[in-house]
Design a binder for this molecule. Structure first.
Ligand code: PMV
Length: 342
């Protein structure tokens, strides 16, 4: 009876953003989204889960600090995984009866507001699935119940989260559209912009947008379906300028919706806006689109760019944000990653 597993799950950064739920409790989105799952070396969560008859209660430690296991989302993921394992008879009943201990760590700065919930929940659910011998194909919907975007981190490479149409969410799941090996020289540079201001969490931000933004309806109906189609083709063709333009346009539209939300959700700061201008200036001076930016629900920039331009772009960034300047930015580098057992 295996009673301890350690797994890692990488972050994913969306190029077509998920923003808004049609069902809050089942975490069903109002639009499809598409992301790239990024290298495990610099950006990942690592989770060890053990089950033992001697444990008296379930326990979870996140980044060295004990958290409440009774948290609604954690508990729901745990109950769903156990139920599925019971139905599949994938592991001994005695193992399912044991309490579990979870120890999870992110190897990137959590304070930076990077996509930590995606890799964290993907890791938790994947670890539980391994413990109870469930297959990966059976758990993307459960990861979704932890944090919507986590369902995309269950797969490597280029991943689409199909919103689905079913009321019960059975068809709302992540699918890989291309493996990491399809476009390995696509790099990401995450520029960590220092910002101490408190932000509106993505759950409450998107709930507010769905109720108050008028632009969000336009985006969902008129923009996202075409964008998903076009960016999938750009990925298949490894057409960087096309991929880049769609990525930047979608990031800009997502933040326009955040500002159209009432009261507005302000995620980008002055440094973020300066980065946007600098990237457009850089691409213009180079005579072609060599780098794209995208921003999640925070001020940090994720730059997508082909490997051959990384040096040039980094020296440009260091030039516009010199180290001695208060606005200096640190960066983390990654590439698309394949997951184990894929
Ligand atoms: O999965 P959540 O609830 O953390 O929402 C993530 C939303 C964005 O990061 C802003 C967009 C995305 O598609 O990842």
């Amino acid at each position: 009876m295996q009673n301890s597993v350690t797994v890692i799950a990488p972050v994913n950064i969306a190029v077509i953003k998920y923003w808004g739920k049609r069902n809050e409790s089942l975490i069903l989105p109002i639009n499809d989204s598409l992301s790239v799952t990024l290298s495990t070396a610099d950006l990942c969560s690592k989770t060890t889960i053990s089950a033992d008859p001697s444990y008296e209660s379930n326990q979870i430690i996140l980044n060295g600090k004990e958290e409440n296991f009774e948290n609604e989302r954690i508990l729901r993921c745990f109950e769903m995984i156990k139920q599925r394992a019971l139905e599949a008879e994938s592991c001994p009943k005695e193992l399912l009866d044991c309490k579990i201990h979870v120890d999870s760590e992110n190897n990137f700065p959590t304070a930076a507001g990077l996509a930590s919930s995606a890799s964290g929940y993907a890791c938790l659910v994947y670890g539980m699935a391994q413990l109870y011998s469930l297959k990966k194909q059976e758990i993307s919907d459960i990861a979704r119940m932890g944090s919507g975007s986590a369902c995309r981190s269950i797969y490597g490479g280029f991943v689409q989260w199909q919103k689905g149409v079913e009321l019960d969410g059975n068809d709302s799941m992540a699918v890989q559209i291309a493996p990491a090996s399809h476009w390995p020289d696509l790099n990401v540079l995450i520029l960590v912009v220092n910002d101490s201001k408190k932000k509106v969490g993505s759950t409450s931000g998107m709930a507010r947008s769905v109720v108050t933004s008028e632009l969000i309806k336009y985006r969902v109906e008129k923009c996202v379906p075409q964008r998903i189609h076009s960016i999938t083709q750009a990925i298949k063709d490894r057409d960087f300028p096309k991929f880049a333009e769609l990525t930047m346009r979608d990031s800009n539209q997502f933040h326009a919706i955040c500002l159209d939300t009432f009261p507005p959700c302000v995620y980008m700061n002055d440094v973020s806006h300066a980065i946007v201008s600098y990237i457009h200036e850089f691409n213009k001076n180079e005579g072609e689109t060599k780098v794209a930016y995208t921003f999640d629900a925070g001020p940090n920039a994720c730059l997508y760019l082909p490997e051959k331009y990384v040096k040039r772009v980094l020296s440009f960034i260091n030039h516009v944000f010199p180290n001695d300047n208060q606005e200096s930015v640190e960066y983390i580098r990654g590439t698309p990653v394949e997951l184990e057992n894929e």
